[in-house]
Design a protein around this ligand. Structure first.
Ligand code: NAP
Ligand code: G3H
Length: 486
């Protein structure tokens, strides 16, 4: 099913007008596995002229696609969902090697994406226009009627990160397409092989030629060009705050949806079930080696709570399996050596400044053992910086208000967790936290994918989630009917 994506052995083309094509530059990028360094294949380093062509092709396909009745667009999504499920094992095996994600999580990423396709089709069909009578506003009459429907924005540029190459691409592509837009996908370079396979599934489902094209190449080389391209009508970006900020600075007047970094806090109160909290926090902080925007990235607790919680966390962290994702391990090599060096520098800084190492701080190449630090103080970098690695700091706070203040002092505002059996305290805290979502008695997490998902402050702008994403990538179009007086 996927062989024809290769323009020469083990070299993946870009989808352009329904065909997989090589770059005329003859320049390719080697993709190596973070698991064992093996070469997984090559992708194209596209030229600016080729990006122009890919964007121009979307413009030619747009009128036909956006004119198609939404139920016909939806039919393609149902077919694509089924094809994606049929290819789940094959794509999951690629994910395992390309981004070092263990097989169960890789499969769940793909199944979640198939579910998202079906749900997006359902929501797309259920969106209705509106007729508004003029009579409700002072001086208005019933003879003035506004007919309002949602129309596409045009060509959406979807830029996805390495950690969910399939799901964080499809969660942009599907709502954009059901809304009648065309899409240019620029996947993360590490993750592109998996993402391109998912694109071929959509292509096979029968998307019209040119309505979804891909652009590969290093973000540092081709990124600014596509972001500032006059043919791009909306940018839907997930990735680091650094690149998100950069995009927002250069993308003049192009509407944006940005999902960026986080420093999600878990606030644990005295009355919480500490065994449950420890299980949930360890899952939230260490799954996929902490390489999730929504990973629990700090614990805030009073000394009385921390003294009881930390030994429970330690036991669970020391029980995590470490090693090769092909063997189903939880803690797997980080995406590259640079990421491991960065996380190590945060651990070293904390230890130098007097944090207590509870467990971990062991390293084999880019494999970092799960690390738990207690007694972390606000002057240590790990208190504020996102490690994107299996490193969890515990900060001891005076009381609930101190925890809220420390949580809000972060530049980030993605999510927070509160563990307590007291609903009044839970709401007291939740109402004061400056984040997109507060999870009461749960880890911080994005799903289910129809919930709103958003970050405030340096964690992003705009809202994702199936219906929210469709609304973000369409706009109201009003046609006002003025009836003659009888
Ligand atoms: P990243 O380095 O910011 O890269 C994200 C994407 O941006 C990649 O496709 C990258 O391409 C591209 N890019 C780089 N420079 C660009 C430029 N100048 N113009 C346009 N695109 C450019 O992030 P990452 O390392 O892949 O992912 C980890 C980060 O993403 C973490 O900070 C994490 O918190 C965040 N994240 C946030 C969410 C959320 O929903 N809030 C979800 C997942 C991840 P190349 O790969 O070719 O450089
Ligand atoms: O990395 C960021 C993802 O949006 C997190 O998704 O909470 O489902 O792991 P998740």
């Amino acid at each position: 099913m996927f062989e024809h994506m290769q323009t020469e052995p083990n070299c993946y083309g870009n989808l352009l007008n329904g065909e997989w094509v090589a770059s005329s530059s003859k320049e390719t990028i080697d993709i190596h596995s973070p698991v064992d360094g093996s070469k997984l294949g090559r992708i194209q380093a596209m030229t600016q002229a080729e990006a122009d062509r890919a964007i121009a092709a979307t413009k030619e396909s747009l009128p036909g696609w956006s004119a198609l009745p939404v139920y016909e667009r939806a039919e393609l999504f149902y077919k694509a969902a089924q094809l994606l499920e049929e290819s789940a094992q094959e794509i999951a095996d690629i994910l395992v090697m390309e981004v070092a994600k263990e097989k169960k999580s890789a499969l769940s990423e793909i199944i979640r994406s198939a579910d998202l396709l079906r749900y997006t089709a359902d929501i797309g069909k259920s969106l209705e226009g509106q007729a508004i009578s003029g009579e409700n506003f002072p001086g208005g009459t019933r003879r003035k009627i506004s007919y309002v429907e949602r129309v596409p924005l045009g060509t959406v540029l979807a830029i996805s990160p390495f950690n969910y190459p399939v799901n964080l691409s499809i969660s942009k592509i599907a709502p954009a397409l059901i809304g009648g837009n065309a899409v240019i996908l620029k996947p993360a370079t590490q993750g592109a092989v998996s993402a391109l396979h998912m694109v071929e599934v959509l292509n096979r489902a029968g998307l019209p030629k040119g309505i979804l094209n891909t652009v590969t190449g290093r973000g540092s080389q081709i990124g600014d060009y596509v972001v500032t391209h006059k043919g791009i009508d909306f940018i839907n970006f997930t990735g680091s705050t650094e690149i998100g900020r950069h995009i927002s600075q250069i993308s003049c007047m192009t509407p944006l949806l940005l999902e960026l970094g986080g420093k999600d806090a878990a606030i644990v109160l005295e009355d919480a079930d500490l065994n449950f909290a420890a299980d949930t926090i360890v899952d939230g902080a260490y799954s996929y080696s902490g390489q999730r925007c929504t990973a629990v990235k700090r614990i805030l607790a009073t000394p009385a709570v921390a003294d009881r919680l930390v030994p429970k966390l330690q036991k669970r962290v020391e029980g995590l399996s470490v090693g090769d994702p092909r063997d189903g391990k939880t803690i797997t090599p980080l995406i590259d050596g640079k990421a491991a060096d960065f996380a190590q520098s945060l651990i070293d800084d904390a230890l130098r400044q007097g944090a207590r190492l509870v467990t971990g701080n062991r390293r084999e190449g880019n494999l970092l053992y799960p690390t738990l630090l207690d007694g972390v103080t606000p002057d240590m970098k790990i208190a504020w910086v996102e490690p994107f690695a299996p490193v969890l700091p515990v900060l001891r706070v005076r009381d609930i208000d101190d925890a809220i203040a420390l949580a809000n002092q972060s530049e980030y505002g993605l999510q927070s967790s509160v563990f307590t059996d007291d609903v009044n305290k839970a709401f007291y805290i939740a109402n004061r936290l400056e984040v997109g979502t507060v999870q009461i008695n749960n880890k911080t997490e994005r799903g289910p994918d129809h919930f709103p998902f958003l970050g405030v402050k340096a964690s992003g702008m705009g809202t994702q989630g199936v219906k929210y994403s469709i609304l973000a990538m369409t706009r109201p179009k009003a046609i006002t009917l003025n009836l003659r007086e009888e």
